[in-house]
Design a protein around this ligand. Sequence first.
Ligand SMILES: CC(C)(COP(=O)(O)OP(=O)(O)OC[C@H]1O[C@@H](n2cnc3c(N)ncnc32)[C@H](O)[C@@H]1OP(=O)(O)O)[C@@H](O)C(=O)NCCC(=O)NCCS
Length: 187
Amino acid sequence: MTLLETDRLVLRNWSEEDRPFFHRINSDDTVMEFFPFRRNREEADAVMDRIRDGIAKNGFGFAAAALKCSGKPIGFVGLHKPSGLTNLPDGSIEIGWRLAPEYWGKGYVTEAAQAWLAFGFDKLGLEEIVSFAVVHNARSIAVMRRIGMHHDPNGDFDHPGVPESHPHLKRHALYRLTQSDWRAAQK
Ligand SMILES: CC(C)(COP(=O)(O)OP(=O)(O)OC[C@H]1O[C@@H](n2cnc3c(N)ncnc32)[C@H](O)[C@@H]1OP(=O)(O)O)[C@@H](O)C(=O)NCCC(=O)NCCS
């Protein structure tokens, strides 16, 4: 099920054949450097099922990004309703991403994220989209800046889902983009 297309990518829902790849990007130490967990195959399957149901219901979520030229999945990029974060108002929508390392450094996430921003503001009519990452996750924060998001230092927070065993992964930077700022940057 294709959700969006960009020059090089198809953004689509997950399929059965994606399961080994989805497990890899949820368990690989390089990809998961800034997360306190690694998912085993059973856990990854359950997460994929949840994401897939959400995309089927809402038309957005952490969608698979696949190369147009080969059909191969390279990771996920999408809009998502964060859960368990009391620092964000109800109804907040985040944009997030995760790519297999062999696809880093080619601008794929920026390209897909721009398509999701247009979808969020034009089709969903969102007033704002947020994003957050561990403060040391420079690559992710570079994507946020590249797509025009602004740091809100007053919004930085300790992620409640990160256990005390991983104190260096607790502090998160919050970035925001309003619909009006996004529209102004399109001109
Ligand atoms: C965060 C992550 C998705 C960023 O991936 P990325 O490849 O750096 O991001 P992009 O796809 O936007 O590519 C940008 C890079 O491609 C280069 N690039 C090449 N062609 C480009 C183009 N057409 N447009 C934009 N950038 C381009 C940029 O110069 C930049 O390179 P640099 O890192 O050397 O500065 C990736 O590192 C990742 O999956 N990390 C692990 C998971 C993770 O931490 N997710 C975020 C949790 S909050």
